[in-house]
Structure formats: C-alpha cells, structure tokens
Design a protein around this ligand. Structure first.
Ligand SMILES: Nc1nc2c(ncn2[C@@H]2O[C@H](COP(=O)(O)OP(=O)(O)O)[C@@H](O)[C@H]2O)c(=O)[nH]1
Ligand SMILES: [Mg+2]
Length: 403
C-alpha cells in the first residue's frame, strides 16, 4: 500500500468520525498508561500520531454520502448492541471487495476508538475476556459452549461465539452440526453465534476473526469465545488472538490423543477433560492424570500461571461452575501481573506482521515481472539446474528492480 493510500484510509477515519475528532484518534492510539512500561510506549505513539494528524489534515475525504450513512448506521447499531448491525459489520469485514474492505477498516478504527475509551475509563482493564477453545473434532467443544454460554448469560454476561474452521472453507461449513449443539444458546438474546466464513484461506479467516472479536466487544459482548477444530494451524492462530487458550480433550483411547500436537499443549493455559460422566469418568480421570504429569514437563507460557487440568461434563454440568471460577482466577492473575496486557500487545504485533506477510506475498506473486520469470525459473529449479536460493534471489531482484 502506498503512503498516500494509508493516509487516505486514516482520513476516512477522521472524516467519518463525528464524535471522535483527530484528538480522539490520538487518544485511541494512546490510552493512559497502566504502568511505566506503557507510559514509555505511549510517548512514542504520541509523537507518531502527531504526524498522523498532520497527514489527516492534508487529505480530503472521499467517502460518499451513502458510504458515510452506511458506516454511521452500522456504528450506531453496533454500539447500541443491535445484533443485526453486528452481523452486517462482520459481513463487511469478511468481504473480499476492495472498497468495502476499506470501509470495514474505517468502521473498525472507530469501534477500536470507542472500545479504548471504555478501557481507559475502567483503568486500562480490557473490557472483554477472550477465550479460545480448541480440541479434536468430537471433543465436546460445542456442547461445552452451550452449557457455559447459558450459565454466563444467566449471570448477566453477553457472550459471543466465533468459529475458526478452515475446513469449512472446503466443506461449506461443518458448523451446521455445531448450531444444533447450541440450540438454546443460539436462541438466547444475550448470546451471538457466528459461524466461520465459508470461503477464504486460514490467514483470511484469522484476520476476519480478529476483527470480528473487536466488533463483538464494541457491541457490548464482554465474553468472546472462539472455537476452533484442532486441524492444521488454526489452533495456533486462535491461541494468538485470545487472553486464555483452553484445550479440550475427550476421555477416549490413546489413538485420538496422538493427534494432539505437543506444541498446542504448550499453548494451553487450561486443559479440560470433557465428558466426565457415567462410564467415562474412569477414563477421564486417567487422562487428567496423564496430562497433569505431561504439563509438568512442558515449558511454561506464563510466569504467574501454572496450567491446570480439570474434568467436566457438559451433560451433567458437573465441574462447569468450578471451571469458570478457574478461568476468572486466571484472568485476575494475568491482569494484576500485567501479563495479559503484554500478551495482547504482542498479539497485535503478530497480527500486523501476519497481515503484512500475507499481503506482501500476494503482491509479489501477482507482480507482472515475477509472473513473467516464474515459469522458467521454477522449471530450472525443479530439474536441478539452479538452486532454489538463486532462483529466489533472481525473482526478488526482478521484483525490487521494477518497483
Ligand atoms: N457423555 C457425554 N457426551 C458428550 C458430552 N459433551 C459432548 N458429548 C457428545 O460428544 C459428541 C461431540 O460433541 P460436540 O460438542 O459436537 O464436539 P465438538 O466437535 O468438539 O464441537 C456429541 O455426540 C455430544 O453429544 C458430555 O459431557 N458427556
Ligand atoms: Mg463443534
């Protein structure tokens, strides 16, 4: 993206925002610090946002009246907690249409500003609790979400459920099954369930899920649950967008457990052995013991939190209230130590870099000079005539020479 493009998007943000002036935008980029570390971070942001402000004032708005009206309607509806507006906003961030993508960024920026203002008022404490739930297909994730979701709305929370399922891109959505497992929750006015988009790459799904989280929080959902199947890299992607990553394991035989990647166990802040009821209580206990000792050998993700292994049953509800207490305890520990805030900041950076990676690669692959050279270089690499390293260097050279 050329600088002028960047500024033009930033300008949309300022032009569209009637309440949030450029000063508010600066506020949104720099919330009052919770401790000294953030204070120093804010100082650099302040300097940076001054140039942003200058850039904004030099650019003229090119949002049409219709676009402004659409964005106002979505923003007001979203902040007012209207589900239809939330659904429409998520559809907007999922779009592939270039212009609509820009509009989505304007909307997001404004929702972010709103959310940060809320955070500032609550003393820098994140307004929502983001929880990732992963585990092999059939582990009982959706059944668990139904039970805990209802429990939480019963306590006065607003719960949103987002799904990251790259397999749904090819199968057209395995989420139908999930919806039927969440029948009561999907009828609950304080819950919002959004299936994974059925097109796009994992990268695309990840981006839109990250953005959907922001929108849900803007719409007043204070608990965001992100469900993902333990397939491919999706669980790693989800671990990178939540405050707490929970791994659900069914009390089944060894074979299924082989499928759970060691790396993902390391990511878990909590391991939940599901279906601990009836005949499954004994195997569930066994799995709990196995995971408890396995976790002791793994690298710790946090300085203040030791991952735990708990057992629950969504069928009987046993262990679910205690599990929620454990999750709250985690959040408190992570917040008071400042680790949670740092985790979120790191995630923002990871997210930015993965977007850059995805876009830069696409830009490279679509570049005319690269496309012209690619077939020949590829065939010379495959027949061993030149090394992959040399071919990559040559392609990068034609790319940079023609910029
Ligand atoms: N016995 C028992 N079965 C369960 C429990 N939770 C889920 N199941 C069953 O496990 C299967 C898979 O559940 P589901 O929630 O769809 O798993 P997901 O693929 O991880 O979302 C379904 O047949 C559920 O009825 C539980 O607590 N106890
Ligand atoms: Mg499911």
């Amino acid at each position: 993206m050329r600088p002028s493009r960047v500024f033009s998007i930033l300008h949309h943000v300022a032009a569209f925002s009637s309440i949030h002036s450029t000063t508010a935008l600066r506020h949104s980029l720099c919330k009052p610090s919770v401790n000294l570390r953030y204070a120093s971070l804010c100082t650099t942001q302040q300097t940076r946002s001054l140039s942003t402000e200058t850039a904004i004032s030099h650019h003229i708005s090119d949002l049409t009246d219709r676009e402004k009206r659409l964005l106002t309607k979505l923003y007001d509806g979203l902040i007012g907690g209207r589900r239809a507006a939330l659904a429409e906003s998520i559809t907007l961030v999922e779009t592939q249409h270039p212009r609509k993508k820009e509009l989505a960024q304007v909307l997001l920026q404004r929702v972010l500003a709103f959310r940060q203002e809320q955070e500032r008022r609550s003393g820098g404490k994140p307004v929502a609790f983001r929880v990732g739930l992963s585990g092999p297909p059939g582990a009982g994730k959706s059944s668990f979400i139904e039970v805990i979701g209802k429990m939480l709305t019963g306590k006065g929370h607003k719960v949103s459920v987002l799904a990251v399922d790259p397999s749904s891109c090819t199968t057209g959505g395995s989420l139908m099954g999930d919806k039927t497992r969440m029948t009561e929750l999907s009828r609950d006015m304080n819950a919002y369930i959004r299936p994974s988009p059925t097109s796009g790459t994992l990268g695309g799904v990840t981006r839109t899920t990250n953005e959907a989280i922001v929108l849900c929080e803007g719409a007043g959902y204070d608990i965001v649950l992100v469900e993902t199947v333990g397939v491919g890299q999706s669980e790693f992607a989800v671990a990178d967008m939540v405050d707490m990553f929970v791994l659900l394991i069914p009390p089944a035989g060894g074979d299924e457990l082989q499928g759970i990647k060691r790396g993902i166990i390391e990511m878990a802040d909590l391991v939940v052995v599901t279906k601990s009821d009836g005949e499954l209580v004994v195997p569930a206990r066994k799995i709990q013991a196995e995971y408890t000792s396995a976790l002791k050998l793994l690298r710790k993700k946090s300085k203040v939190w030791k991952p735990k292994v708990v057992r629950i049953s969504s069928q009987t509800g046993q262990g679910v209230p205690e599990l929620w207490e454990t999750m709250l305890h985690f959040r408190e520990e992570m917040l008071s130590s400042g680790e949670l805030q740092v985790r979120r900041q790191t995630q923002q950076k990871v997210w930015m870099w993965s977007l850059i990676q995805e876009n830069a690669l696409r830009h490279f692959q679509q570049h005319p000079a690269v496309r012209a050279e690619l077939p020949e270089l590829e065939s010379r690499v495959t027949c061993g005539e030149i090394s992959p390293g040399l071919a990559a260097d040559l392609l990068l050279k034609v790319f940079t020479d023609t910029q």
